[in-house]
Design a protein around this ligand. Structure first.
Ligand SMILES: Cc1cc2nc3c(=O)[nH]c(=O)nc-3n(C[C@H](O)[C@H](O)[C@H](O)COP(=O)(O)O)c2cc1C
Length: 329
């Protein structure tokens, strides 16, 4: 079994389309260096047309590409289908020396699924297996899959796990919902527990991990090798910092401490993001758009969160947004 590029009990920042591009990952890795690992969002393997090496590298983000320490802790995610040109794309990712390739098998988008990609493939092992074989044969280093518990239901859950293991996949990230559940209800961590028991390869638990208490609980109850956080990481980008501080000093999680963490966290989050976007020459108006989209995930824990969030969302300039931030922190 290959060694994964992150240690046991690591905290992984989930891939998120529209969020975790190169500049975002760079900013987070600097602002909150306690996150152990990152992923690109998915690069969609083209079905027709030439494969452009440049486009594959651009997806990673050129600033992020140059930073070896970040590259060593970032997986490259692809999304593909039986008809798409998987092999030439994987050949390029392999030749470029990326250490870790991840296959997205969890995307619930109607458009992606109608093209028989993303989570759709979980419903069709016959079609999925040759894709897994192709990637495994073409990629020399760590190859993982990111899955849900099934497409419509869980009936292929154990067959899928076994197939991945038999085909030499190095680890499985499991978002504990079916595709049809989208983001409804709460992720059922029982499936993470079951996967850990059923598999000899590492399982990375994912789905509805929001707080330090959740992190402690999922490790205790389900024993995953590591965990991945998506919306929880957007809501509290400093969560990894708080978690490690809590681990070193379990009595330290007072209300006062959390408020201070939040104050510092918000300040440094937007500061580092703006710095990275400026390096990429993103215009103020587009920085503002991104900041607003991140605001949708923040501020839930303020007593008057609707008002607070509304103020940020109604900002008409980046300066106004920053003034609101200044007032808040
Ligand atoms: C805005 C957004 C974009 C996402 N994009 C991706 C993606 O590109 N690749 C992927 O594997 N999962 C993607 N996901 C799913 C997350 O990685 C994660 O599996 C899911 O949100 C469940 O974890 P959570 O409950 O911690 O959010 C996305 C989720 C969100 C909210």
């Amino acid at each position: 079994m290959k060694n994964l590029p992150f240690k046991k009990h690591s905290l992984l920042f989930a891939p998120m389309e529209g969020v975790t591009d190169g500049p975002y990952r760079l900013a987070i890795s600097r602002a909150f260096s306690e996150w152990d690992y990152f992923s690109t969002d998915f690069y969609r393997v083209p079905t027709v047309g030439n494969i452009q090496e440049k486009a594959i590298l651009k997806h990673y983000g050129h600033g992020a590409l140059e930073k070896k320490s970040l590259r060593d802790k970032t997986s490259y995610q692809i999304l593909t289908s039986a008809r798409a040109q998987t092999k030439p794309v994987v050949d390029i990712i392999n030749a470029q020396g990326f250490e870790h390739l991840d296959l997205n098998l969890g995307c619930p988008s109607k458009k992606v699924n109608a093209h028989r990609g993303g989570a759709f493939l979980l419903s069709d092992i016959e079609t999925l297996k040759p894709i897994i074989k192709t990637i495994r044969e073409s990629f020399d280093r760590i190859f993982t899959v990111k899955i849900r518990i099934g497409y419509r239901d869980d009936k292929l859950f154990f067959d899928l796990l076994k197939m991945f293991e038999d085909e030499g996949v190095d680890a499985i990230t499991l978002h504990a919902r079916t595709r049809d559940q989208l983001y409804q209800g709460t992720a059922d961590w029982e499936y993470i527990k079951k996967a850990v028991k059923a598999c000899s390869i590492p399982i990375i638990g994912n789905g509805d991990i929001w707080t330090v208490e959740d992190i402690v609980r999922i490790f205790d109850e389900c024993d995953p090798y590591a965990i991945m956080m998506g919306r929880g990481a957007l809501k509290t980008p400093w969560l990894a910092t708080t978690y490690y501080e809590h681990r070193n000093n379990p009595d330290f999680l007072s209300e006062e401490f959390l408020l201070e963490e939040r104050r510092r966290g918000l300040d440094i989050y937007f500061y580092e993001l703006e710095k990275e976007y400026r390096k990429e020459n993103v215009e103020d108006i587009n920085i503002l758009k991104r900041f607003k989209s991140f605001s949708r995930y923040l501020f839930d824990d303020f007593p008057d969160h609707e008002t607070v969030r509304g103020r940020f969302l109604r900002s008409t300039s980046l300066n106004e947004f920053k003034a609101h931030l200044h007032d808040l922190v």
